[in-house]
Design a protein around this ligand. Structure first.
Ligand SMILES: Nc1ncnc2c1ncn2[C@@H]1O[C@H](COP(=O)(O)OP(=O)(O)OP(=O)(O)O)[C@@H](O)[C@H]1O
Ligand SMILES: [Mg+2]
Length: 453
């Protein structure tokens, strides 16, 4: 069936023109609206496959419309039509959740291509739902331990101040990225962006250009002016991850930006001000870096005014079962498997382990075991025997060296399962939870087929 497209414009002539143009190609079924609120009602009753909407309308403008659409439907492509010269508005529409924009007068072929591309790229609603709706919140921060309560209080207070610099410290995998996003969410700066920059990913000069932007011709490759990320994050949150790796010359510029909240694009003399929250994070010992002279003391003090250490998992052992169950639930939804419970003494064993990789390691262990799990309970042997002290490799255990690729693990696991079941393909397929055909295909792919098969 041809996709249905809503066309919304307060000018009835424009609606008639665009619907006629789209219908002519016989690729789309169109429905025209001169009021965005009517389109919203219809969207609730019978959602279209795509929407083309004018930006400037008297009752409900395009940007508010997109926001309302996104509350109801996260995936339907929305293409905003703007008058030439209002690129700033187009950008705001994209930030509000629009998929793409076209400039008026609308060129029919161009619009068709954009709609088709947006339809192809639209994530599948069913897939997304698991992750985005109340059923499961990927950004949920789990834990009742007093140290986690302290983290929550920190999130609330930093989130309530629009102009603040905060520092998140903690070992790898303790949830710094998660908490940074939590701060942004707590701020209710809806429509404003959370901009994440990994300071370790770029050399200093490029990072500077990314952060503060540049004017055309500021350096050889600057063919066009570009907004800096501080401008993009204006009103919202700029997250500077791995701040400990920032080069000294850039540290000086960041300090001056944090103090004045104003900056100049590279190659520009114009000073611009922004209002934003800056959250920095690192898993290195920043005080130690200061002592060694690789991190500026003044910048450290500036950031350290509001700082929070995220506790390692071994410091909040009482929270481990709940966090583990959270990851089990998430993995079950992701792998579309029924939700298992963790075997009776499993949680206790998880609590005893040291978790050098913290929550991330726990998540990995849970996800790995969910791949192999069968039935209603998640067995402790499935929970990565290598990390479980006191669980020795018994007769029905398979011990694998670290450092294998997933492909190699699969190959060895299939091989071991078949061996254990004396080559009974039917039984092996059942145990592995795949059809005989899939098992045969995998064995073929891994070169595990015997001569006569
Ligand atoms: N308290 C928590 N509740 C739920 N999930 C958590 C919690 N802490 C961490 N996680 C999850 O663990 C994983 C690792 O967290 P995150 O990436 O935020 O760690 P990090 O501190 O930024 O690590 P690194 O220093 O290596 O960048 C993520 O999937 C995150 O969602
Ligand atoms: Mg991180």
């Amino acid at each position: 069936m041809n996709p249905t497209v809503f066309i919304i414009d307060d000018d009835p002539d424009q609606v008639a023109l665009v619907t006629a143009q789209l219908e002519r190609g016989r690729q789309f079924i169109t429905k025209g609206f001169t009021r965005a609120d009517r389109a919203l009602e219809e969207l609730r009753a019978d959602p279209p496959d795509a929407i083309v909407c004018d930006l400037v309308m008297p009752e409900l403008d395009g940007i508010s419309f997109v926001r309302r659409v996104r509350e109801l439907n996260r995936t339907v492509p929305v293409i905003i039509a703007t008058a030439r010269g209002t690129e700033g508005d187009a950008e705001r529409a994209l930030e509000a959740g629009a998929t793409d924009f076209v400039t008026k007068p609308i060129e029919p072929r161009g619009l068709e291509t954009r709609i088709r591309r947006a339809l192809e790229q639209a994530p599948k609603e069913a897939l997304l739902q698991n992750f985005t709706q109340a059923k499961f919140d990927p950004h949920a921060i789990i834990g009742k331990h007093p140290l986690m309560q302290q983290v929550r209080a920190f999130i609330t207070s930093v989130g309530s101040v629009p102009q603040v610099s905060a520092l998140l410290l903690g070992e790898s995998g303790t949830g710094k990225n998660l908490v940074a996003r939590g701060i942004h969410t707590a701020s209710r700066a809806a429509g404003y962006r959370f901009v994440e920059v990994n300071c370790a990913a770029l050399p200093a000069s490029l990072l500077e250009a990314e952060l503060f932007g540049y004017e055309k011709g500021a350096f050889t490759d600057a063919r066009q002016a570009k907004k800096g990320l501080v401008e993009v994050a204006d009103g919202g949150t700029l997250f500077l991850d791995e701040i400990g790796t920032m080069a000294p010359e850039l540290q000086a510029k960041l300090l001056s930006f944090l103090e004045s909240r104003s900056f100049r694009r590279l190659g520009s003399t114009r000073e611009q001000s922004v209002t934003l929250r800056v959250v920095a994070a690192t898993n290195v010992d920043l005080a130690g870096e200061v002592a060694r002279g690789t991190f500026r003391e003044d910048l450290y003090y500036r950031l350290n005014v509001a700082s929070q250490v995220l506790p390692p998992l071994r410091a909040i052992r009482s929270d481990i079962p709940e966090i583990a169950r959270h990851f089990v639930k998430r993995a079950a939804e992701y792998f579309a498997k029924p939700l298992p419970v963790i075997e009776a003494d499993g949680e206790e064993r998880l609590q005893r382990y040291e978790w050098p990789g913290n929550a991330r390691e726990l998540r990995n262990v849970v996800e790995r075991s969910m791949i192999f799990s069968q039935g209603p309970s998640l067995r402790i042997v499935d929970l990565a025997p290598a990390v479980m002290p006191g669980v020795s490799a018994g007769a029905d255990m398979l011990t694998l060296p670290r450092g294998l690729t997933l492909d190699e693990v699969e190959s060895r696991y299939i091989e071991a399962t078949l061996k254990q079941l004396d080559g009974n393909v039917q039984a092996a397929a059942e145990q592995l939870g795949v059809s005989r055909k899939v098992l045969w295909q995998r064995r073929k792919q891994h070169g595990l087929l015997t001569g006569r098969e």
